[in-house]
Design a protein around this ligand. Sequence first.
Ligand code: G16
Length: 554
Amino acid sequence: MANYRTAYAFAREMHPKTEKADIQYGTAGFRTKANKLGYVMYRMGLLAVLRARYKNATIGVMITASHNPEPDNGVKLVDPYGEMLEQSWEGWATKFANVGDDQLESIIAEIIQEYNIPMTERVQICIGKDTRPSSPSLAKSVMDGVLALSGKPVDFGIVTTPQLHYFVACKNSKHAYGIPTEEGYYHKLVTAFLNLRSHQTNSCEGNGNYRNRILYDGANGVGAKKIKQFQERLGEALKIELYNDEGIGTGKLNHLCGADYVKSNQKLPNGIPIQPNVRCCSVDGDADRIVYYFTDENDKFHLLDGDRIATLIAAYLKELLEQIDIDLNLALIQTAYANGASTEYITQKLKVPVACVSTGVKHLHHKAVEYEVGVYFEANGHGTVIFRQSAKDRLKQAVEDSSRSDAQRNAAKRLLNLINVINETVGDAISDMLVVETILHAKGWDVQDWEATYTDLPNRLIKVTIENRNVITTTDAERICLTPPGLQDEINALVSKYNKARSFVRPSGTEDIVRVYAEAATREEADMLAAEVGQKVYEMAGGIGDRPEIPNNL
Ligand code: G16
């Protein structure tokens, strides 16, 4: 029976294509206004079943627009190990989303033929959604697509993006990675975290400068809902004070709060009280990113972003590996947004190799698997650590090796526990927070000690709106602009006016804008350079709306 004929009929009747303009599978799947996405969701349900049959595995579909404002929504597919959809299939996703209703049947036939996909396998598709009011009806469209090709939808309801990635990995590993339920997820992370705390000789309360209290900005999203599960389970071990937990549909999701707001504006989010030198963190709308920050006694804001988290983790892992005396190749993967000072610190001081790749965790993840231990983080707070199975096996052997000292075996145990706190499938804000808290506690550090490891170069990130963001193309991990012709020369000329300066531009893959990044020796120089490069983009690439302004306080 050719099931895909049913899919075609469904498409015409229930999920007809409503948009003429093409949509592209971007940095993290499709993202646009929620009311334009019904048919795209249905088609991603179809594609998920085809992918699952091809891989003979469970596939995930996450409905979220993460850091975007509430009227947006989006969808991305999750591959068998919990990683992002293989890039070679992104083209298929884009084709599926853009063909006319009358071509849907033939494109399904085409992909079946190209990959020789067995159409009789019964496969499961895990579906999750964030707290956007548009998510339930979009999830229904995905399910219709799954059912149309006789797949089995498994509805996880409202979950964080990294939880959905974890469920998929658990199912495909036959539970070796963990139990594919919310409870299984909390249990795995919390048990490992508490084990690490109880093995410290000092108390839970504090260690050196570390205090077990943190102010947590939930971005009025799913990260606010799910942190309550951790609060209950962690109790006194980590006192998490929750802020920004407005209800679903209040329009407050990511509004003046959340990780993206704090990182981009470099200031406190709404709702977090000013308490000098108290550790704070913000997650984004689907809780896959996190940044830390604090305000000092002079009300000065200090940001500890993804670069800081990456360097903290990489340094600690290196320390543990040295204590165990085991030689595993460890590397840190960054993007062009990484602060120059962080790259210098990690290569010169920590002597850990660094690789730079294009924006998007899919690129970082891909590079990180080339190492036995790959730490990857974007400056925006999106990242994790991946350990090869062979690395985990060697750590287990080290624990059992009686010729090793107690200190060495304990360090190996500690690292194995830490691996269980980490969500290796994708960046996970809450898991990352527990890892940071573990390391700070172990070192007896508070945020000031952490910040003292190196000094960030002041930097500024701005957005410029242009008519068609695809006129900007880049190369060299997005550090060089190829088109429009001449723009890179202008950027070079501007950069040369400032000290220790660097700037690049790239089209966003999640918003209809161009991002401009600038860093320089002083705050004034970084702000000025960002504005000047932004103006060049506006002039040379078809700017619309507000022209970037030169800051008037300089
Ligand atoms: C997504 C991706 C990230 C990326 C971010 C911004 O994050 O998962 O890897 O850094 O978009 O991408 P762009 O600059 O292309 O808009 P999220 O948290 O929105 O899913």
